[in-house]
Design a protein around this ligand. Sequence first.
Ligand code: SF4
Length: 241
Amino acid sequence: MAYVFEQMEATDYEKVNTKLKNRDSLDILRWANQTYGEKLVYACSFGAEAMVLLDLLSKIQKEAHILFLDTDFHFAETYELIERVKERYPTFRINMAKPALSPEEQAERYGDELWLKNPDQCCQIRKLDVLARELEPYDAWLSGLRREQSPTRANTEFVNQDKRFKKVKVCPLIHWTEEEIWMYIKLHQLPYNELHDQHYPSIGCTYCTKAVMPGEDTRSGRWAGTGKTECGLHAPTKGDS
Ligand code: SF4
């Protein structure tokens, strides 16, 4: 059976996840690389999990396709980190994908500071539409989601039916804890975003990311005070994550 979205039923995801159940993250990456080859892309946020996933991926596929949703609103530290990643893994094919609208065009069409007035629409334009466009040539995408990150991610499996983007989503890090992520980063002296050392556990756009005080939920600095917790790239329900 071809493991592509159009040919897979919900039970096929259960079967493949049962088959992969006791494998480790490297095995999952190997499976994804063998199954999808050039039709596999890693949609990378360049957060802490991404540093681990990139390093593991470099052991499997040195020329992996990496996709970064460049909203134009990222921190300077994030862009600087991407340059360091390019130096460490020079053969990765990193695509810095831009929205159809520049910040100026967005302001002209929807008014200033759309991220304050309507963050869902802003994320739609600057992230979701871009991901949908850039995933088009691929059958599957990798994501660094971990189950313990939030209740909406708790049911994520290794291989997921992504109904929103009509692709297979592969998540090799679902069982990793935050502590394990940081142990791996330190052990292998991986580059990481300097903002993590300044109380930013989860880093997105400058306008929607705040520092988090010790003891607070690690994702509470994202869209703080708006009730929004996810940008919409990762749908929450089981089988649709
Ligand atoms: S995170 Fe904020 S600034 Fe970035 S795309 Fe979403 S709403 Fe816009």
